[in-house]
Ligand binder design. Structure first.
Ligand SMILES: Nc1ncnc2c1ncn2[C@@H]1O[C@H](COP(=O)(O)OP(=O)(O)OP(=O)(O)O)[C@@H](O)[C@H]1O
Length: 306
């Protein structure tokens, strides 16, 4: 069963397309990573799924309903980000109690254990928390709510490395015990790839790839060797990424559509073949063609050559 179905979903802000004809489905009880560069449209998409904003055109269905203003969707989902707001006068300890009345599947014991583990003071207030602590508290709410659809938009903003690791581990453990549909957006696929079943990669508001993480790991292949041999081997293929190593060795990434015998021949010809990390592949696929950061510094001053 699909929990989310998007068809030609488009969102335009002041004539600029934040989402452009996005079509995909997300099955129930899967963890999907929504990956994309800054401004790719991740938050816009997630807010539309949560029913916070309306599309310009196309269709989005969540639990078979249009999510905007849908009671079903709001009762069965939670949207966790660093902007979550809570009543400012209610201390954190009481917020956990109040949350219980909002979410039918709320696990008070889990919430309290995580609250204590991360050393929250029940008498403190949400608007006095540091950035990382705010994200951690919000993540606790998101986990303990156990809503059928849980949306985490960059949930680890501000968390330090060990808290991020703990959070992802808690998420995985709770998901295994209580499977539900989870979408988690991030720029850092490497941090979350062990959690994920599927990856949805978006770029400039468009779907780039939507596939199981296991397929993504085999989607491309790295080819390294003498420049002429490597170029001959990948002739006619779309080069996703390339760099020279020294003056004569080329490393190139291309889509892995080769047969085993073709790959064997490449090895015999002296080419080294390697897997491409899923996170690196996403970076290559969404890189902007404006050179590297070094070009900003290496470029001559305007008019210097005049
Ligand atoms: N309320 C708004 N008004 C105008 N433009 C907006 C608004 N919200 C988002 N945008 C634009 O839509 C595009 C997508 O933004 P969005 O926040 O969805 O991207 P994102 O992938 O979540 O980015 P990031 O990773 O930086 O958080 C951007 O160009 C952004 O400037």
């Amino acid at each position: 069963m699909n929990v989310i179905e998007c068809s030609k979903l488009t969102k335009t802000y002041f004539r600029k397309k934040a989402l452009d004809q996005l079509s995909f489905q997300i099955e129930a009880d899967k963890i999907t990573g929504l990956i994309g560069r800054n401004g790719a449209g991740k938050t816009t998409l997630l807010k539309m799924i949560a029913g916070f904003i309306k599309q310009t055109s196309g269709e989005v269905k969540v639990f078979d309903e249009r999510p905007f203003d849908s009671l079903t969707v709001s009762a069965n989902s939670i949207f966790v980000d660093d902007q979550m707001s809570f009543p400012p006068a209610v201390p954190l300890g009481e917020l956990l109690q109040v949350a219980e009345s909002f979410y039918p599947n709320w696990d008070q014991q889990l919430a309290q254990r995580l609250f204590d583990y991360f050393s929250f003071d029940p008498k403190n207030y949400h608007n006095r928390l540091s950035k990382g602590k705010t994200s951690t508290f919000n993540a606790i709410i998101g986990l303990a709510a156990r809503t059928p659809l849980t949306i985490f938009d960059e949930p680890t903003t501000g968390m330090d490395a060990s808290v991020r690791t703990d959070f992802y581990r808690a998420l995985l453990k709770d998901y295994i015990a209580h499977p539900r549909t989870i979408i988690i957006s991030s720029h850092h696929l490497d941090e979350i790839e062990d959690l994920l079943e599927d990856v949805l990669l978006i770029h400039h508001g468009q779907k780039h790839l939507h596939l199981p993480i296991s397929d993504l790991k085999e989607w491309a292949i790295g080819i390294q060797g003498p420049k002429v041999t490597a170029l001959e081997f990948i002739d006619g293929r779309e080069i996703i990424h390339q760099k020279m190593i020294g003056s004569n060795t080329l490393y190139a990434v291309v889509k892995n559509v080769f047969s085993e015998s073709t790959l064997d021949r490449a090895r015999t010809d002296g080419l080294e073949l390697s897997a491409v990390q899923a996170s690196d592949l996403c970076v290559y696929l969404t890189s902007e063609t404006k050179g590297g950061i070094d070009d900003v510094f290496d470029r001559n001053e305007p008019g210097a050559d005049d």
